[in-house]
Every structure is written in structure tokens, then in C-alpha cells.
Design a protein around this ligand. Structure first.
Ligand SMILES: [Zn+2]
Length: 276
């Protein structure tokens, strides 16, 4: 538990008494442990001032004092609390201004389905829909989907990519597990869910599911490890930063798909009207 400290000038007439404004946090390690504050203010100038130690640390500084900003900042850093503090003070993103300030949303997709998305599957089937549109990080989950392994569509895509069916298993390092692998543009969601009518979403769209329509898939050259989550989840800002940095290095819109194989036979997205 950190210890609070401030300087005390004991002589009543000492003008320096009035200049003591800050309650500091005592350095507890390093060459000057217990002799100076985290902000490096000396606390042991015994000629005139004495260190007054407040232990345990008070929640509110005593009368007339305020927390020393460098000390509290450094303490927050030491405690690893900066992330929470930053989250508290970060401006609340406005729902009406999509773009940079919105946290990047991610969807966890089990392998080998995530691989299929990376290789031309333009539809993600989900039992639910969302109002979110635009940037969507694709997170390859840690779990392996046997229904994906058994899917004739996945198998056909796997063979078309020049692999052997015996390599279609979770031990194959081609299948990134527990990593953000790409960013796509979620352009719409087809909620027809009617098996009797052809909604036009193509062969990857399963009857009865909501068809999430993905476009402009950008594969990350270096997938970013991250644990997944249920539903649509916000990428941690640090992870989103690492992801965006990779997208930024992929020059220009013409180069966006440079990291993925060219697929002339990729079915085009169906621009059907979106049902909210
Ligand atoms: Zn559809």
C-alpha cells in the first residue's frame, strides 16, 4: 500500500509553510526510497522541513493540500491503473459520428470458418443481427468448429487453395487461433431467414440464419493475439491500435487486399436492401 507524504515547516512564522500545497506519494524503492516523493521532491530536508507521513494513504488530502499530479500519475502508472483512468476520462463516442473515435468492433469466428472468410467467404451466418455497420475486426477464436471442418463449402475452398484435406485440422498453423486476423466492412445484414425463398446471399448463406455481408476484407500481415468474446465486442484500444497500424501500412485502397490471395471466383456481395 503506498504511503502519502508532505513536507512540514514547523516554525509558525516560516513563510514556506504557506507554500506547501501538495500531498505526495513516497517512493518506496529505488536509490532514494523513503527519502523523496515519486515526483522526486526531497522529503528529508531535516534542516527546515520534515516529512509528515500519512499511512494509510488518505482518500482525500488533508486540509489545504491537493494531490501532487506527477506523483499520482506515476503511482497510477506503477499500479497499472492508467488504462482504467484513461477509459474513465476518454470522451464518450457519439453514436452519430462513426469513424476513428468509435471503438473497433470485433466478432469471434471459430476456425476453420475464419479461414474461409479470409479466403473468399463473403457471408457470416449468425443467429442474431446488429445495428453495427462498417469496420468489423475478424477474430479467429480458439475453438475449432467441426461443422466447419465437415462443411463441403469449406472443403472445396480448402482444396481450391491447393491444400490436402488431411491438413484441414486445428493443428495446422495456417489456422490462426485466438488472434485478430482481418478487418472487414460489414455492409449489411440479411434477416430474411426464410428457407423457402432465395435471398440472393449466395452459397455461403445458410437458411434460417442472419447473413452478415462482409466486403473489403483486409488481412492482417501479423495477426494480433487476443482472447475472444461472445456477441459483438469492442477491441481493446491498444489492440485496435495495433490492428489499425497494420492497416495503415497497407498503402492505398488498391493495395488493401494485397495480403490475401486473388480470387477471381469470389462471389460478389448481394446489394439487397437491409432490413433493420
Ligand atoms: Zn440472405
Amino acid at each position: 500500500m503506498p504511503i502519502a507524504v508532505h513536507r512540514t515547516f514547523r516554525r509558525p512564522g516560516d513563510l514556506r509553510r504557506t507554500r506547501v500545497r501538495y500531498l505526495h506519494v513516497l517512493a518506496e524503492d529505488g536509490p532514494h526510497a523513503r527519502e523523496q516523493a515519486l515526483c522526486r521532491q526531497p522529503m528529508t530536508d531535516t534542516r527546515a522541513s520534515y516529512a509528515t507521513v500519512l499511512d494509510p494513504m488518505p482518500a482525500v488530502p488533508p486540509n489545504g493540500l491537493a494531490w501532487c499530479p506527477p506523483c499520482t500519475g506515476l503511482l497510477a502508472y506503477e499500479l497499472g491503473a492508467l488504462r482504467d483512468i484513461a477509459a474513465t476520462f476518454a470522451p464518450t463516442p457519439s453514436a452519430t459520428t462513426p469513424g476513428r473515435e468509435m471503438p473497433m468492433k470485433a466478432l469471434t469466428v471459430k476456425q476453420p470458418w475464419a479461414w474461409a472468410i479470409m479466403n473468399g467467404k463473403p457471408i457470416e451466418n449468425r443467429g442474431w443481427t446488429t445495428r453495427h455497420r462498417g469496420e468489423l475486426a475478424i477474430h479467429a477464436g480458439k475453438a475449432w468448429a467441426l461443422d466447419g471442418e465437415d462443411s463441403p463449402l469449406v472443403r472445396a475452398a480448402w482444396l481450391a487453395a491447393g491444400h490436402a484435406l488431411t491438413d484441414l485440422n486445428r493443428r495446422n498453423p495456417l489456422f490462426h487461433l485466438g488472434q485478430v486476423v482481418a478487418v472487414a466492412d460489414l455492409t449489411g445484414i440479411c434477416t430474411t431467414r426464410d428457407a423457402r425463398t432465395d435471398c440472393g446471399c449466395g452459397r455461403w448463406a445458410f437458411p434460417g440464419a442472419c447473413h452478415w455481408q462482409l466486403a473489403d476484407l483486409q488481412a492482417l500481415p501479423e495477426p494480433v493475439p487476443h482472447r475472444g468474446a461472445q456477441s459483438l465486442w469492442p477491441l481493446h484500444p491498444e489492440i485496435a491500435g495495433a490492428v489499425r497500424a497494420q492497416l495503415a501500412t497497407q498503402a492505398g485502397p488498391d493495395q488493401r487486399n494485397a495480403g490475401r490471395p486473388a480470387r477471381g471466383d469470389r462471389p460478389s456481395l448481394n446489394p439487397e436492401p437491409e432490413i433493420p
